[in-house]
Design a protein around this ligand. Structure first.
Ligand code: ATP
Ligand code: MG
Length: 561
């Protein structure tokens, strides 16, 4: 148990009280209950970290339970992706992989029991009639004309529903609770409906399916989940779950609600994410701009950074919106420690060193990661022709411009100081290459030149660099909360500039051996990771997150005092 009481969130407080009073026999069992109807997103990541995290903290267990009660939208593709995502985040459910559909026989039995004890009835009303008699939050509902039908009749009809005798939409099973309850969920909610649909696990065994509300609480109960953590929208369902638990006299799991995670520029609705995929706004569920776990993985976010983010966000009782920059901060913090530094030029401009011997290549040592003392050095090739970033040269620079300009000097990172002597342009005035001379005695680490320069820029050797594709990403939407405007569809806020593809960037040759998902810091540019579209012939990098202020830091470091 934690030593600092005051640092506990409200869920941990409840759990510690329950442990102290031995309410659940001293154990903590939580579950993560996804519906396999889409890929997991950042909100689910939060829920996973919470459920698995809190159980880990108190020596408990977490079940993975697929809430697969709706055969129409569910699919094994989603089941597989969900499992892969949870594992990737760093959590494990051992052999406790459960499915609400495995409980269908038990739920059916319980439904029968409820009919027999007069707590449920078959209603022949249409969906519209049922909706029409529900009332409103301020007006009571009306009782169905079938509410008082004899139990034997309901029992017979329910069994025949199950046997497939009636078409869809003709009958449902409803709980007999209270049509005047101020809680709409208590107004004789539907427990079962007829659906001639193939289920991804049970096949065609069933043609009636339990409603989520008649499956969720019971599933928790069957698994003896002690603390059932769910998002706030289920607060109003809790009295109904408790009612079922009491009616059936089964294990009472304790439901605790917390606020859903909302993050600026990120959608946390599978339905909306599915639309982005189906309507072609993104390339798929794992598009690096998506708020899905698979998208974040492809983008280069690490499990540790997402866990750190979930931790920092904490657990709230009220809805709020978290800044996207907090997530980016967590990603940078982790990558800063683990990403190898390399040089890559995204918008290449050729630089020719006129006084460097043609055909010569020398290898210069440079740090792999200044933040990691064990990362060591690597050697990078240097030669007469280099590429530098086009915007590191200005023909007509403003006053405090410390990069390259005609007659100005700059240091090439881990190499030499160069001075610009000439600018070569094509007929239309576009700069084709720049010529410089270098100072052999200004070599990094052994600089005896006495020359002082204020700027350091990155570069790659033209003949050795690898040509690669770089995909730059920006926010997927032009506004932080695209779903907030009731007048406009969220897709209207799609950011047309959210993907920019650079076809011919240049990167130092050492990355050829990189593995998938390896993270790099392209000096002065940002963190990048290798995309699965990469092949042996052609590397493709994704921008994970940009840097902040490294240029100033690097310049300060390379400059001889
Ligand atoms: P969606 O609206 O995207 O379909 P959902 O809540 O219906 O989300 P489920 O698969 O039912 O998706 O969710 C599984 C678990 O994840 C639930 O316990 C749910 O409360 C939790 N969860 C879903 N979205 C969030 C979120 N934004 N923040 C925290 N927890 C979430
Ligand atoms: Mg749901």
């Amino acid at each position: 148990m934690a030593d600092e009481k005051e640092s506990l969130n409200f869920i941990e407080q409840i759990i510690e009280e329950d442990l102290a009073s031995n309410k659940h026999g001293g154990v903590v069992i939580t579950r993560f209950p996804p519906e396999p109807n889409g890929y997991l997103h950042i909100g689910h990541a939060k829920s996973i970290c919470l459920n698995f995290g809190v159980a880990q903290k108190y020596g408990g267990r977490t079940n993975l339970r697929f809430d697969d009660t709706n055969p129409v939208t569910e699919d094994t593709e989603y089941v597989d992706s969900i499992k892969a995502d949870i594992r990737w985040l760093g959590f494990d459910w051992d052999d406790r992989e459960y499915y609400a559909s495995d409980y269908f026989p038990q739920l059916y039995e319980w439904a029968i029991k409820m009919i027999e004890s007069g707590k449920a009835y078959v209603d022949d009303s249409t969906a519209e009639e049922i909706a029409g008699s529900k009332g409103t939050p301020t007006e009571p509902g009306k009782e169905s004309p079938y509410r008082q039908r004899p139990e034997e009749e309901s029992l017979d009809l329910f069994k025949r529903m199950r046997a497939g005798e009636f078409p869809e939409g003709t009958r449902v099973l409803r709980a007999k609770i209270d049509m005047t309850s101020p809680n709409m969920h208590m107004r004789d909610p539907v427990m079962y409906r007829i659906k001639f649909a193939h289920h991804h696990r049970t096949g065609d065994t069933w043609c009636i399916y339990p409603m989520y509300d008649f499956a969720h609480g019971q599933s928790d109960s069957i698994e003896k989940v002690t603390h059932s953590l769910c998002s706030l929208e289920f607060e109003n369902h809790r009295p109904l779950y408790d009612w079922f638990i009491q009616a059936l006299d089964i294990y009472p799991s304790r439901q605790i609600e917390f606020a859903r995670l909302n993050v600026e520029y990120m959608l946390t609705s599978k339905r909306k994410l599915l639309r982005l995929v189906n309507e072609g706004f993104v390339r798929g569920w794992d598009d690096p701009r998506m708020s899905t776990i698979s998208g974040m993985r492809r983008r280069g976010y690490t499990p540790a950074s997402i866990r750190a983010f979930a931790d920092r966000v904490g657990i709230a009782k009220r809805e709020n919106v978290i800044e996207f920059s907090l997530l980016e901060y967590c990603v940078r913090e982790d990558l800063n420690k683990i990403a190898s530094r390399v040089m890559a030029v995204l918008d290449p401009l050729k630089m020719v060193i006129t006084n460097y011997p043609a055909g010569q290549t020398e290898y210069l040592p440079t740090e792999n990661n200044p933040e990691d003392p064990d990362a060591g050095l690597r050697e990078i090739p240097f030669g007469k022709e280099l590429y530098i970033e086009r915007d590191d040269f200005l023909e007509d620079p403003p006053k405090k411009y410390f990069r390259l300009a005609p007659g100005k000097m700059v240091r090439l990172k881990s190499a030499y100081i160069v001075e610009c002597t000439d600018v070569i342009k094509d007929a239309s005035g576009i700069i084709q290459e720049i010529h410089v001379r270098y100072f052999p005695e200004s070599k990094s680490g052994n600089d005896t030149s006495g020359i002082k320069v204020k700027g350091t820029i990155h570069w790659v050797a033209a003949t050795k660099a690898l040509d690669c594709e770089v995909r730059l990403y920006d926010r997927l939407f032009t506004v932080p909360n695209p779903s907030d405007d009731p007048q406009r569809d969220f897709t209207e806020f799609y950011n047309q500039e959210s993907l920019q593809v650079i076809k011919h960037a240049k990167v130092e040759p050492g990355v050829a051996t990189a593995s998938l998902r390896q993270s790099f810091q392209f000096l002065r540019k940002g963190y990048f990771t290798l995309d699965p579209d990469s092949s042996a012939e052609r590397l493709v990098f994704n921008l994970t997150v940009t840097l902040k202020d490294t240029w100033a830091k690097m310049a300060a470091k390379e400059q001889p005092a």
